[in-house]
Design a protein around this ligand. Structure first.
Ligand SMILES: Cc1ncc(COP(=O)(O)O)c(C=O)c1O
Length: 409
């Protein structure tokens, strides 16, 4: 027998059905996975064993009997890491643990928005957030970016224009530190200008620092939250700094907002073993781990950039990220990357098409994002070669690869 008997009762407005999982294709450059060779399996096993021997009995109780805000030693660790790395002055009381920072995005939307509300989002932004915002029926206004993040002149025009129409944006969603997908870091003066502008127009800032642990050179300015906690709700994640299959993220906000966000969390607590293992491991090894991971990731980025230069020559513009796990790049205007998706998939290659990572899809038609964390260096090199071949077959670009005329290869 096949088929649910009550399919006629499904609600309207459902997402497309999930495909059955068929495994990864050979060249998998999408999503935010990490490098499997850099997961510290032995140390995580030791961390799990020691914390479970010490505190495992508390698993008998929802939230370990310590309330819905999260495992206190993990909140202590988050507060100390944010103080050291992001100049944020907060304590465990300002931190709530979430089931990944994606849950934080849901919670903040529930707190501040209703269907039909307007929000401001960086012109190129995290595709997962854009699709969540769309599903929630929010009206997205894209703010243009340059190499330093949101352009303040453009943001001021947007805010003025909305005000003239009697619309007040519910928040400005920004990824100021290792922007997704451009990889930029917003300089201090621009952060201050953003806070001033947001205050003038009475719009809160929703700061997403998913990648801020993975900066090549430790020279990032303080988080927006550090500059004015009264204007900012901050989220972060352990998905990129440790492992995305551990569903652990965090949210930092002043108590008047945090107390409501906790009430909106909607699950019965983030997995306690995940929280315990992250706290136990990172309380001892965070600095070493981050140094090792960032160094390895930057090395893989070099391999990817070199392969792109070799295979695409002058036909590619890369936006070298200042940290993180992905590279944003632009092909010539004549290439619409949406037309490469199907032939690339046939060749075993998937990538994030720019239009899915943009408020205005057509404006990003020649852009794409490649994640370099999960694939090995061999897969990166072969994959970029495959991408160039597919692109040439579909568009005649690039004309030369590896210094040879493509038609002659
Ligand atoms: C900018 C940004 N925010 C949030 C997330 C959600 O990550 P997670 O739910 O794994 O913490 C991602 C994932 O890629 C991201 O890129």
């Amino acid at each position: 027998m096949d088929g649910f008997a009550y399919a006629n009762l499904y609600t309207m407005d459902l997402p497309p059905p999930a495909p059955r999982w068929g495994g990864f294709p050979p060249y998998y450059f999408v999503g935010g996975n990490n490098d499997p060779t850099l997961i510290p399996c032995e140390l995580l096993a030791e961390a799990a064993a020691s914390v479970l021997r010490r505190e495992g009995a508390s698993l008998a109780i929802y939230n370990l009997g310590q309330g819905p805000q999260g495992y206190p030693p993990l909140r202590d660790f988050v507060a100390s890491k944010l103080a050291a790395r992001r100049s944020m002055h907060c304590t465990r009381d300002d931190v709530a643990i979430t089931s990944g920072s994606g849950q934080g995005i849901d919670m903040v939307c529930k707190l501040l928005t209703a269907r039909g509300d307007t929000i401001i989002v960086e012109g190129y932004s995290y595709g997962g957030a854009i699709s969540k915002f769309r599903k929630m029926g929010l009206n997205i206004v894209g703010a243009p970016l340059d190499d330093d993040g949101i352009r303040m002149d453009a943001l001021e025009d947007i805010l003025k224009d909305l005000k003239a129409k009697g619309v007040s944006a519910k928040f400005i969603y920004t990824i100021p530190t290792i922007q997704n997908p451009t990889g930029s870091i917003m300089p201090l003066e621009r952060r201050q200008a953003l806070l001033r502008l947001a205050k003038t127009y009475g719009v809160p800032i929703f700061e997403d620092e998913c990648y801020a642990d993975l900066i090549w050179a430790w020279d990032a300015p303080p988080a927006l939250y550090a500059l004015d906690p009264t204007q900012v709700i901050h989220i972060g994640s352990f998905s990129k700094s440790l492992a995305p299959a551990l569903r652990v993220g965090y949210l930092v906000a002043e108590w008047s907002a945090l107390s409501l966000l906790i009430a909106l969390k909607g699950d019965s607590g983030t997995g306690a073993v995940d929280q315990m293992v992250v706290a136990e491991y990172f309380s001892r090894f965070y600095d070493d781990h981050i140094k090792r991971l960032s160094t390895a990731l930057e090395g893989k980025l070099d391999v990817m950039e070199e392969a792109l230069r070799r295979e695409f020559g002058v036909s590619v513009e890369t936006f070298r990220p200042k940290g993180g796990i992905f590279l944003w790049l632009k092909l010539p205007d004549a290439v619409d990357v949406r037309k490469l998706i199907a032939p690339a998939a046939k060749a075993g290659l998937v990538f994030n098409a720019g239009p899915e990572w943009a408020c205005d899809a057509d404006a990003a038609k020649s852009y794409l994002r490649l994640c370099f964390a999960m694939p090995s260096t061999e897969v990166i090199e072969d994959g970029v070669r495959t991408l160039a071949r597919v692109c040439f077959e579909e568009t005649g670009i690039p004309v030369r690869s590896a210094n040879l005329e493509n038609a002659t290869r």
